[in-house]
Structures are given as C-alpha cells and as structure tokens.
Design a protein around this ligand. Structure first.
Ligand code: COA
Ligand code: AMP
Length: 632
C-alpha cells in the first residue's frame, strides 16, 4: 500500500489548527473549545482552551454507553503470581467510579494531587482513572524507586492522599512497599492526610491507625462517583522524570490535548482499530505506561494488557509469546532492552515457535535507541514489521515514527523514520541554525508543540522555560542529538545532557553523583553510562577518595552501591564503582565525562584540547581495564 504519510503530514503543516480541530471531533466534549490553540503567552501554548471534558468519561463511560460494556477493557496477566483477570469496560467503570467515591470520602477534590505508588496491578489503573474522574491530578511513582525518591516527589506534588500496596512481586522475591512508603512519609515535609493500601496476598502491610486505610474495606463502603467536567487545559497528571540535577522534573499533562493526541495516535501511529487487543509491555510508572497501557488504548476502545512480569525469567523467554497468543494481542509495544534479553536467552527463537502468533501484526519499540541488530533479529523471528518510535516523557506520545495507520514507509533500521504529523523537527547547530542533511546536531521541535506534550512543569513555569525553551528561542530543545538523512528520516543517536538510559529507564548521572558524593570517604566522583549489551547503558562510577582514607576499597565500593540502591532504588542498576586517583578535567575544572565514557566503551577518542593533564586518561584506561572495561 502506498503510504499516506506525506499527504497527512502536508495537511497538518498547511493548517495545524484545522488538523487538530478535526482530530478533536473524535472525542467526547461536555463543551467544545473556544480556541483550538491559545498562543497568547508563548512558550506557554494551550490547546482547546474553553473546552470542557473528562478523560475518564472518554476512557470508560463513553464505551459502556456505545456498546462496549461487555468487551474486555483490561486483561491483567501476572506471570509472577500465575494469575489472569479479565475486566470488562462495565466492571472497570464500576470499580473506578467506586474508588473515585473513596477518594471523595477522603476529601480529594478537583485539582488535588494523589500519589500512586503501586505495582502492576489493576488497582493502580483504577486509581489513576478514579483521579481523572473527579478531576484530581495523579502522580504515579515507579515502584523501583527508593523511599528518598518517593519523598522528593511527595514534597513537590503535596498529595492529599497516597495510594499504595503492600508489595510488588519481582522475579525471585517479594518486595514490601509499605516500609518504603512509611519511610518516605517520614522523610517528607508534606504529609498526606491518608494512605489507601491494597493488601496483596503475598505480604500483609502493617497499618498506621488514623492514616492508613484498607483498599478493600474502603471500596466496600464507598458510593460510586460521577465524572466531573474539567477544563481541557486542566492538569490530568504529573509524571516526574529525571532532569540533569538530583531533583526530578514534574512533567504536567493536560486533559484535552492529551486525549485528542493519544486517540489520534492509536489509529494513525499504531494502526489499531477499536476492539483490538493492544499491549504495551512497560510499567505504569513510566510515560509509556501512562499513554499506552492506560489512556491511549482505553480512549480508543481497545482491550489493554497489564502484564506483571518480565520478558525473561517469568518463567522463560517465551513469556511474551504466551501472552500474545493467549490474549490475541495484535500490536505489542515495548523497549528494545526487552528484546535484547529475549535474544540473549533464545537466540534461535525456539520459544517463539511454540506459540500461535499468526494473528499478531506489529511490534513497536521505543524508550531508548534501538540498535539495528535487535530490530532485525525481532523482524526475522516474528515475521512482522518492527517499528522504532522516538519520544520522551515530556512529549507523551511519539515525535518520530513510521506511522502504521497511514501506511508504512520503508523501514531503515537505526532510524525512527519521520516526524509524526504535529511535530516540526529540526536539526540545529550550536548557533541555532539548521544544519545540512547527514550532519549530527541538536534535535529541536519548532513551537508550538502539538497537543499532548507538556504545557509546563509542575509549579515551575520558570524551569520549563529554562530547561526546554531557552537555548533555541522558538524551539523546544529535546536534549537528543541526531541527524536527518536525505530522505528526511530521523536518526536519534544520543542525549546531549547528563541523562543516561538504563533498560529504557531514564536516570540522571547528576542524581547518582549526588548520592556518591555524600559518602564520607568520597572527595569527588563522576558517573557515566557505560555501554551494556542487555540494558543499553549501565551507570559506572569513578570515585576519588579523600586523602588519608585507608579503608579497603572493596568495602567502600560496596557501601556506595548500597547507598545508591537505598537512595535512588534498584532500578538504577548501579553495580560498578571504580576507585581512581584523579578525574580527568578541563582547565576550567569540568570533568570530561564524554571522554571517560569513550574509554569505558573502548571507542576511539580525541584528547580534549582543553584537558588539564592528558596523562590522567591513561590512568583511567588502566583502572577501568582492571575492572574489565571495555566489556565487548
Ligand atoms: N519494584 C521494585 N523493584 C523493582 C521494580 C519494581 N517495580 N522494577 C524493577 N525492580 C528492581 C529489579 O528487581 C532489579 O533489582 P535487582 O538489581 O535486585 O535485580 C532492578 O530493579 C533493575 O530492574 P530492571 O531494570 O527491570 O532489570 P532486570 O535486570 O530485573 O531485568 C530487563 C532486565 C531487560 C528484563 C528489564 O529491564 C525489562 O523487562 N525491561 C523492559 C523494558 C521496560 O519496561 N522499559 C520501560 C520503558 S518502555
Ligand atoms: P523517557 O523520557 O524516559 O521516555 O526517555 C526519553 C529519552 O529516551 C529520549 O530523549 C531519548 O534519548 C531516548 N529514546 C527514547 N526512544 C528512543 C528511540 N526510539 N530512539 C532513540 N532514543 C530514544
């Protein structure tokens, strides 16, 4: 089929407001917008101002009213507890309405924040949608973060209520969540009025009288609550993501633009029809989980899969194929790292052939750069198109993709294909001028950003301007580097800041360094993302000890590893710290992290002309060699 991409992109480019007004007709409004785009206060653009709607109504009530009541809305498949539960739209609506009633009973009202710190269980989705139903703003915190990270988010969001569970179930262990929650509340300055705790059979949490309430008991007593109309421009959620400092950024998502963009993307980017089963194998704590486990598929009347498990080890590398064949999944979306894990354990795809995947149509990969080997391997083994798509927590939906619903363009492994309609993507040099095809530069998006992208940072308009809008006036700075080729394909190669990507999880090296530097024996340190065959990158710490520290190095490094696990969380996968004599720096004192990374990865590097003492690079090479770097 000839792709309709060019004509749709052209239609958007010729009249963006008309394009988005047409897309907005596909969703339910209590009151339509006054202006499609309010551009009166750049760079704070607002979509569909004057409109009012409800995201939960669009995700559930609308489908129940229009014939999907008995269609599964959510299939919970837990490989770690060996259980499956199918929840129809009717049942999900009832549960959500009831939990919305619970929140109301605890005083949560429109605009109040609710933090959700939960494992991959249906109750987490129910809590998110219940917030949307009453106009409360949810903030889901990924379970792999430690108490300290949770406390930071509590302080920033100041939630009235926190919803959590007694535990999460990892591959070989049960991780109690309640002690982490208690510790986080202890650490936080802002205290929630109440916590609602789901007791899972694997672990009973102890409850604090007067503050903690049992999910099941609360649900049994609550009355269902109705949808509250909210302004299109009102926040739906805050999702914290790593910035370049230790403090995460609170990415805000509005209701109207988000709904319109996600609904549009389900058909046009991901090529799924209402009624089909769509599975994003990610976590609810990430942007992918918000957009494509919960909101996108439900807005579009799909059946979404909530998978609690891993691609390998639960119990084997056939886990994904079992889920696809058992639940008739048409489209799977996951991170390349999941496929690297599967490829490593099942290089010849033997597990794939044990399942009937004849109705499976397409695989989408995102969250990190997809290496061509992994993409080609997946395509060969599965016999379906494998589509790379590039986006960020900030954008909330793809910036660059091969839009399946518009007809696929030829796939170039290593490229995420072309800008999605809505995004005017440019490659800029340091001077802010566009640079020629084929040359690497800073990837920027011409303002305004389309609906669905962050309108600001939570309580931090100045930070929004400073982080994203100040380097290239008139553009959103993605902090990704890459190029466009002569066919207009986008190649996203790396970050331009201190963010590293570990198994599709975004981490700040600055935040890791802050933890390491707080150890009493550490004089200074640097963290870089070293290439890793499975996780893409893993953090590698270089540590300079204070003069006179005589304790054994292995004791100190073990303490540092434990500190990162306790302060940031296991998700950081921080396992290697190298004690070195000195760190290589420029004459102005800046640590040359890029060069350290190249040494760790065994790549050729140019000695930075401003380096203070080039001999240090040889010392670092030797120190890292002793730890087995480069790893390939
Ligand atoms: N609660 C508590 N701990 C958690 C957790 C959670 N929700 N999620 C992960 N962890 C822990 C893990 O148990 C692990 O701990 P360990 O160091 O003691 O083993 C650590 O955090 C790292 O977890 P993870 O990144 O999942 O790595 P892994 O080694 O367990 O598995 C993969 C590797 C590739 C299989 C895994 O990263 C994966 O499935 N990735 C899929 C991609 C994905 O979901 N990306 C999200 C963005 S799209
Ligand atoms: P997150 O905000 O956690 O989704 O991480 C976003 C970052 O992940 C981007 O800025 C990129 O650096 C990287 N990323 C995500 N998807 C891709 C992709 N398809 N290709 C290259 N990099 C990607």
């Amino acid at each position: 089929m000839e792709s309709g991409y060019d004509s749709v992109y052209g239609h958007w480019l010729s009249n963006p407001e008309c394009f988005w007004a047409e897309a907005a007709e596909a969703v339910h409004w209590f009151k339509k917008w006054d202006r499609v785009l309010d551009a009166s206060r750049p760079p704070f653009y607002r979509w569909f101002s004057g409109g009012s709607l409800n995201s939960c109504y669009n995700a559930l009530d609308l489908h129940v009213e229009t014939g999907r009541a008995d269609q599964p809305a959510l299939i919970y498949d837990s490989a770690v507890t060996n259980s499956t539960k199918v929840i129809t739209y009717r049942v999900l609506l009832n549960e959500v309405a009831r939990f919305a009633g619970v929140l109301l009973l605890h005083g949560v009202r429109k605009g109040d924040r609710v933090i959700i710190y939960m494992p991959m269980v249906p109750e987490a989705v129910i809590a998110m949608l219940a917030c949307a139903r009453i106009g409360a703003i949810h903030s889901v915190v990924f379970g792999g973060f430690a108490a300290n990270e949770l406390a930071t988010r509590i302080n920033d969001a100041r939630p009235k209520v926190i919803v959590s569970a007694s535990c999460c179930v990892e591959v070989n262990r049960v991780v109690p969540y309640k002690p982490l929650l208690d510790q986080a509340i202890e650490l936080a300055i802002a205290k929630p009025a109440a916590c609602i705790i789901l007791q899972r059979p694997q672990e009973q949490a102890s409850m604090t009288r007067g503050r903690d309430f049992d999910w099941a008991q609360e649900m049994a007593q609550a009355k269902p609550a109705d949808c509250v109309p909210v302004a299109a421009t009102d926040p739906l959620y805050i999702l914290y993501t790593s910035g370049t400092t230790g403090l995460p950024k609170g990415v805000v998502r509005d209701n109207g633009g988000h709904l319109v963009a996600l609904k549009w993307s389900m058909k046009n980017v991901y090529g799924v029809e209402p009624g089909e089963v769509f599975w994003a194998a990610s976590d609810l704590g990430w942007a992918v989980g918000h957009s494509y486990i919960v909101y996108g598929p439900l807005f579009h009347g799909n059946t979404t899969v909530l998978y609690e498990g891993k691609p390998v080890g639960t119990p084997d590398p056939g886990a994904f194929w079992r889920v696809i064949s058992e639940h008739d999944v048409k489209v799977l979306f996951t991170a390349p790292t999941a496929f690297r894990a599967i490829k490593r354990e099942d290089p010849n795809g033997e597990y794939i052939r044990r399942y009937d995947l004849s109705r499976f149509r397409m695989l989408f990969l995102a969250g990190e750069r997809c290496d061509p080997d992994t993409l080609l391997w997946a395509g060969r083994q599965l016999g379906v198109p494998v589509i790379d798509n590039w986006w960020q927590t900030e954008t909330g939906w793809p910036v660059g993709a091969n839009c399946a619903g518009l007809g696929l363009l030829p796939i170039k492994p290593g490229s995420c294909t072309k800008p999605v309609p809505g995004y005017d993507v440019r490659v800029l040099g340091e001077d802010g001028q566009e640079i020629p095809f084929g040359q690497i530069g800073n990837i920027a998006i011409k303002l305004p950003l389309p609906p669905g992208c962050l309108p600001t940072l939570w309580n931090n308009d100045a930070g929004y301007k400073e982080s994203y809008m100040s380097t290239y006036p008139g553009y959103y700075q993605t902090a990704d580097a890459g190029f466009k080729d002569e066919d207009g394909y986008l190649w996203i190669m790396s970050r331009t800041d201190d963010i590293i990507n570990v198994a599709g999880h975004r981490l700040s090296t600055g935040a890791l360094e802050e933890v390491l530097a707080s150890h009493t024996d550490v004089a200074e340190c640097a963290v870089v993302g070293a290439a890793d065959e499975l996780k893409g990158e893993i953090p590698l710490g270089l540590i300079v000890l204070k003069t006179g520290v005589g304790r054994p190095h292995e004791v100190i490094t073990a303490e540092l590893i434990r500190m990162v696990r306790e302060k940031i969380g296991p998700v950081a996968s921080f396992k290697v710290a190298a004690i070195v004599k000195r760190l290589p720096k420029t004459r102005s004192g800046k640590i040359v992290r890029g060069t350290i990374k190249k040494i760790a990865d065994g790549l050729e590097y140019r000695i930075p002309p401003t380096i203070d003492d080039p001999a240090i690079l040889n010392e670092i090479t030797a120190d890292l060699a002793a730890l087995g770097y480069p790893r390939k």
